[in-house]
Design a protein around this ligand. Structure first.
Ligand code: PMT
Length: 407
């Protein structure tokens, strides 16, 4: 499928007052490189950080900084500008600007445009980590989210104020990537997708457990790709330290049995279940109530088998379309085909795993197998691979619908 860009998309970039405004100059360039037409509106505070001339030169369009500029209003009135936009992106969005937007105040041009537009609005917050964590800021964000505003980031790391934590504006390349994602073909529009991701931990005692090397990246990327394809996504996540993709409902679990319960509760209400989690096949028969002490002798752990979540979902009377994964260290296709049949799946995504392969790494390759076909998805970063997998799932669903409607 051809790479999605922003060709012809009219992006109104709102620049708020914050030191991250300097990154927004680069953001304009990258938006234009992706094919977007860009107009910039700056708040008065933003002009203290970067000159309007910079944005004018980069966007190729006049920059607006005030609601009361008569000649600018005569050229393109603020309501016209609000209608012009296909997309409003506010970057950086300071704590104060978020508060203004949450209250719906039209005291300046940007606030007025956000009220007057029918276009989707995204904000890229940027502020000191304490300001970000403040309940007032989080409350304002919640209000905005409920109104359908997409919150992009923030990232975490060292900040201009010298502190370290959450509150850094996402890099321009990431922001453009997220806007592009919103313009992908909605191949799963209206569908509900359940994804499992990450490892499970099986406790031995209060401080030790049996786990595996899954980082959760593959499953999280799939959840984001399904969301970008228009699906409503629930993500059952094992113990991983990854940020939840925006707009995805996340359910955190630790053990295989907790994952089983979370999945079984939700499976029948979903159209598709994608099982990317690396579920522990065995667990200690009992978790010791206290930390096990060294005894000088070998320690034997009695392991019992965990429930097979996929097989259970497959046996449900009203089961969703089922995509399993197969993580193999040898004989990939044979073992994966066996799992496809044994677990009654519609599709299986097989990956070779080993040291820095499949697990943990940022890239992967998948061999897709279904009852009468196969397709190799070549090595790529997990976000790209997840998109290809989602596109393929949409094709398989279409094929099934066609077969079911055939006389
Ligand atoms: O998380 P990453 O670091 O990004 O790595 C990605 C991945 C390698 C973990 C992922 O691509 C992957 O292969 N996930 C499945 C790993 C696995 O457990 O494979 P399996 O062959 O053991 O299991 C087959 C299928 O049955 C899987 O869909 C698994 O979720 C499911 N299963 C397994 C055991 C069990 N008790 N219940 C299950 O539902």
């Amino acid at each position: 499928m051809s790479e999605v860009r922003l060709d012809g998309v009219r992006v109104l970039l709102g620049v708020g007052g914050g030191i991250a405004a300097y990154k927004s100059a680069d953001l304009v360039r990258r938006l234009r490189d992706a094919g977007a037409e860009v107009r910039v509106v700056m708040t008065q505070n933003a002009t203290r950080f970067v000159g309007a001339l910079t944005f004018q030169a980069l966007s190729g369009n006049p920059v607006r900084t005030s609601l009361w500029d008569e000649s600018a209003e005569a050229a393109m009135g603020h309501i016209e500008l609000a209608r012009w936009a296909d997309q409003i992106l506010i970057a950086p969005a300071s704590a104060d600007l978020l508060a203004q937007l949450a209250q719906g105040r039209a005291e300046d041009l940007l606030g007025t445009l956000v009220l007057a537009t029918a276009a989707p609005v995204s904000v890229a917050p940027a502020m000191n980590q304490q300001m970000w964590a403040h309940p007032a800021t989080q409350g304002n964000l919640e209000i905005l989210r409920q109104r359908g505003v997409l919150v992009l980031g923030p990232g975490s790391g060292s900040q201009a104020c010298g502190e370290v934590g959450e509150g850094r504006m996402l890099e321009p390349v990431e922001l453009v990537g997220q806007l592009v994602a919103g313009h992908r073909p909605q191949v799963l529009a209206g569908l509900r997708v359940l994804v499992s991701a990450g490892p499970t931990f099986e406790d031995i005692d209060p401080v030790r457990f049996i786990g595996n090397r899954s980082s959760g990246r593959m499953g999280f990327a799939i959840a984001a790709a399904a969301r970008d394809a228009g699906a409503t996504v629930q993500l059952v996540a094992g113990p991983v330290g990854l940020a939840t993709p925006a707009g995805v409902e996340r359910i955190d679990v630790r053990s295989a049995r907790q994952m089983r319960d979370a999945v079984i509760q939700r499976a029948a209400a979903n159209d598709i279940f994608i099982a990317a989690a690396a579920v522990g096949d065995y667990r200690p028969e009992a978790c010791a109530p206290h930390k096990l002490k060294k005894s000088g002798k070998p320690l034997a752990l009695e392991l019992i088998q965990n429930p097979d979540i996929l097989a259970e979902v497959s046996a449900l009377p009203d089961r969703p379309f089922l995509i399993g994964f197969a993580a193999e260290t040898e004989d990939l296709e044979r073992h994966a085909r066996d799992k496809l049949q044994r677990k009654g799946l519609d599709l299986i995504a097989a990956n070779q795993v080993g040291e820095s392969q499949g697990f943990e790494s940022s890239e992967n390759a998948l061999l897709l197998l279904w009852a009468d076909g196969r397709e190799q998805l070549a090595q790529a970063d997990k976000a790209t691979l997840a998109r290809r997998l989602v596109e393929h799932i949409a094709l398989r669903l279409q094929a099934r619908a066609k077969a079911q409607s055939a006389p």
